[in-house]
Design a protein around this ligand. Structure first.
Ligand code: ATP
Ligand code: MG
Length: 425
């Protein structure tokens, strides 16, 4: 049996020798740590009314702000002071000899917490605890408790010194402060949400106005030509083309707004499945082709690039990155789309030779409505990269943008793991 288990075993015995001898004659063989030092005894000898251990007894009894008392190893209360009476409400006569578990709530008593704390004090020398305790009248107070195990020269506890402070007022003040802070935070978040909604509505309506205005213009000019009797085939064709372009732009804007809304609220469906990113990239490029923007796109991809992903979200990722590259560069400069496989994932790179970024794309550009100074003259809502980041992160990957090092322009790269596991290179 080790020293420690021996001590614990002795400690668990009910009504030990140590407790009895403490009650009658004081500590059995107190370790020198707890005895009055000879220097102190000598100093106290000069004050006739304060001699030896008696001086400390008097001191402790008189303390009113702290409950200071001794417990026997089995948990019975051995001594009591004014502070204990004031804080806990028992007089010395009422509580001495009773078990200290009376100070705990019924649940904690059932749970064996009081004796467990004594055991922890034996194991660690001392133990500090904060929690609710019960007064004589049943009311609760928030206590800070320090229990020190007093052990004899063999390491066997002969008593426990317990010092309790009533921190109810401080706890109430802290709780109130916490509640106030939480309320303040909630208010700030609600205000921020309102501001974000206003910003969203104002930018969205501003952006929607442009295609609506050109739609209106195209309809007006067709109307005008008809009433003037000049509605020939050529006018009809060009009018319809402008109407189609504006409705496409409107549709794209609405889709983008809906995506952001769904991604931000976490309502966007996520259906990862076996997907071929190479095939997907070919489809997206074909779509840009159909819209007359494909001639600048150069696609470099293996025949197949398998990945477990949500195909419609990767479609959006490709579309947004390609849309930016085309938008922030001037025809006929090429836009390169490259897909490369690595051991555990895919790298997608979209690069252009356009207006470039200041340096690395800073975080702001990936936030909702984040737009760079470079985009002042280019229409946009600042949502594309926000959507890209949400999508890539949902797939366990990461997306970054950099200024090109080999000339003007920008490179955006997205790393996507083959299946949704924590990403790394
Ligand atoms: N290829 C690029 N070259 C230079 N700057 C870019 C490029 N892509 C993005 N940016 C910068 O990042 C900002 C954010 O891009 P993002 O795609 O989120 O928004 P947007 O293109 O302005 O509008 P939206 O995509 O919502 O129509 C842009 O406003 C621009 O400043
Ligand atoms: Mg964009």
């Amino acid at each position: 049996m080790t020293d420690r288990t021996k001590r614990t075993a002795r400690f668990k015995e009910p009504a030990t020798r140590g407790a009895r001898s403490l009650e009658s004659n004081g500590p059995r063989t107190p370790s020198s740590r707890h005895a009055l030092t000879s220097t102190m005894s000598a100093a106290l000898a000069g004050v006739p009314l304060l001699r030896g251990e008696e001086a400390f007894r008097l001191l402790v009894e008189a303390v009113e702000d702290y409950a200071i008392f001794l417990l026997a190893p089995d948990g019975r209360v051995l001594t009591w002071n004014l502070g204990a009476q004031r804080i806990k409400g028992y007089s010395a006569d009422e509580i001495i000899g009773k078990h200290f578990s009376a100070f705990y709530t019924a649940e904690e008593r059932q749970d064996g917490r009081p004796m467990r704390l004594l055991q922890l004090a034996v194991e660690n020398g001392r133990f500090e605890d904060e929690g609710w305790r019960v007064r004589r009248d049943g009311t609760r107070f928030w206590a800070d408790v320090v229990v020190t195990a007093l052990v004899d020269d063999d390491g066997v506890p002969y008593a426990f010194a317990k010092v309790t402070r009533d921190l109810t007022e401080r706890k109430a003040a802290e709780d109130q402060e916490r509640t106030l802070l939480a309320e303040q935070r909630a208010r700030a978040a609600a205000e921020e949400a309102l501001l974000a909604r206003d910003r969203f509505l104002s930018i969205a309506s501003h952006e929607l106005k442009t295609p609506i205005a050109s739609l209106q213009l195209a309809v007006d000019s067709l109307e005008h030509a008809r009433s003037a009797g000049r509605l020939d085939e050529a006018r009809i064709t060009s009018g319809l083309r402008r109407i189609a372009a504006s409705t496409t732009r409107l549709g794209a804007l609405v889709t983008e707004l809906l995506s952001v809304n769904r991604l931000s609220s976490g309502e966007s469906p996520f259906h990862p499945a076996e997907t071929d990113l190479a095939e997907l990239a070919r489809e997206v490029v074909a779509r840009f082709d159909d819209a007359g923007q494909g001639d600048r796109l150069q696609l470099a991809t293996p025949a197949q690039a398998a990945i477990v992903a949500d195909a419609s979200q990767l479609d959006q990722l490709l579309t947004n990155l390609i849309d930016n590259a085309l938008k922030y560069s001037t025809p006929p400069s090429p836009v390169n789309v490259r897909i490369e496989g690595s051991t555990n994932g895919l790298h997608l790179t979209v690069s252009d030779t356009g207006i470039g970024l200041d340096a690395a794309a800073d975080e702001r550009l990936f936030e909702a409505f984040g737009r760079g100074d470079n985009a002042a003259f280019t229409p946009g809502m600042g949502l594309g990269l926000f959507i890209c980041r949400q999508i890539v992160e949902r797939h366990g990957g990461r997306v970054e943008g950099h200024r090109r090092t080999d000339g003007p322009g920008t490179v955006f790269t997205a790393w996507l793991p083959r299946s949704r596991e924590p990403a790394n290179g």
